[in-house]
Design a protein around this ligand. Structure first.
Ligand SMILES: Nc1ncnc2c1ncn2[C@@H]1O[C@H](COP(=O)(O)OP(=O)(O)OP(=O)(O)O)[C@@H](O)[C@H]1O
Ligand SMILES: [Mg+2]
Length: 306
């Protein structure tokens, strides 16, 4: 990370991206092909806060509303119930950590919130939009306008440099090359990768690739950032820098981060902490009270970022 840690220029000048066309940020997802089948089932608009597992924030600032969302996978004749009747809502004014043991369903939930996977049942509204009622084209446009993604596999394009990868969403959304480059430069500088801008993903470490993916997710300044273990491969000092960035994004520029993490230091800094356990979502105050079993090599409290 840069020692001087300057505030990116673009943080001071919020604007909403207008965009058309499909996203190149989204991971491939085979289950998207099942969308039409699932959409054949009527999705009810249920009241948001009945039987809520998690207290809701004010409706006027509601970012997303999840109502009785269930997700099951089928493997041959065996059904895996991952999420069961989740009901909660999140406000734009709060940062959110989703924690839980490996295999609990955190990534599954994040993919559903990112409209990259469909619930088996339930209702989801994001920024007031019923996302399950949208066509695939509408969803792609909505995703482009509203969300940035950082997933466990970061899907950088191998033939392009770090800088070009970060600029890619801006190109797709027809920003000028000058502005796209300015934003990408600022972000890469912010995450300490300015000197790696011309490297291709294969010439970067895992943690560096992860930081490039974070920059790419932010270059279009989405209102919602969905990140799956954004500091998973990073050393303590770099992780701390990313934590600062995530919090500053929210405070300075109104990007709401929803972060899946095994890093309890990061989770502790978020306004809302939701634990996925036994298929349900549980609000928690203090992550230190959690009995999470960390994944191998992912010791949580050693980050030093608190
Ligand atoms: N496409 C799929 N088909 C069948 N089972 C799946 C599928 N995707 C996920 N699962 C199962 O769902 C459960 C939840 O997976 P998920 O990836 O959401 O866990 P996680 O909480 O993100 O774990 P981790 O912390 O290890 O990333 C796991 O038991 C996994 O094996
Ligand atoms: Mg996961």
């Amino acid at each position: 990370m840069s020692d001087s840690n300057p505030t990116p220029v673009w943080l001071a000048a919020p604007e909403r991206a207008e965009t058309t066309g499909p996203s190149e940020q989204e991971p491939p997802l085979a289950e998207q092909q099942e969308k039409k089948k699932i959409q054949a089932n009527p999705v009810q608009n249920k009241p948001t806060q009945t039987n809520a597992d998690v207290a809701s924030a004010s409706q006027s600032e509601t970012l997303l509303e999840v109502s009785q969302v269930t997700k099951s996978f089928w493997l041959e004749d065996h059904r895996i119930d991952v999420l069961q009747d989740l009901t909660f809502s999140l406000s734009r004014s709060e940062t959110v950590a989703i924690v839980g043991a490996s295999g609990a369903g955190k990534s599954t939930l994040l993919h559903i919130l990112g409209t990259l996977d469909l619930p088996t049942r339930g209702d989801i509204r994001i920024l007031g939009q019923d996302i399950l009622a949208m066509s695939e084209d509408e969803l792609a446009t909505f995703r482009n306008r509203s969300m940035g993604f950082v997933f466990q596999a970061h899907y950088l394009l191998p033939e392009f440099t770090a800088l070009e990868n970060v600029m890619m969403p801006a190109f797709i959304q027809r920003l000028s090359k000058k502005e796209a480059k300015e934003r990408a430069d600022e972000l890469l500088n912010w995450v300490g990768l300015h000197e790696r801008a011309k490297h291709r993903p294969g010439e970067l470490s895992g943690g560096e690739r992860q930081r490039v993916a974070l920059c790419r997710a932010l270059v279009m300044r989405p209102p919602l950032l969905l990140a799956d273990e954004p500091t998973g491969n990073l050393d303590a000092r770099t992780s701390e820098g990313i934590h600062r960035l995530l919090l500053e994004l929210h405070q300075t520029w109104d990007v709401t981060p929803i972060i899946v993490t095994h890093n309890l230091a990061l989770a502790q800094k978020m306004d809302r902490k939701l634990e996925i356990r036994a298929g349900k979502v549980h609000p928690i105050e203090d992550v230190e009270t959690l009995g999470i079993v960390p994944k191998t090599g992912s010791l949580l409290s050693t980050d030093g970022g608190s």
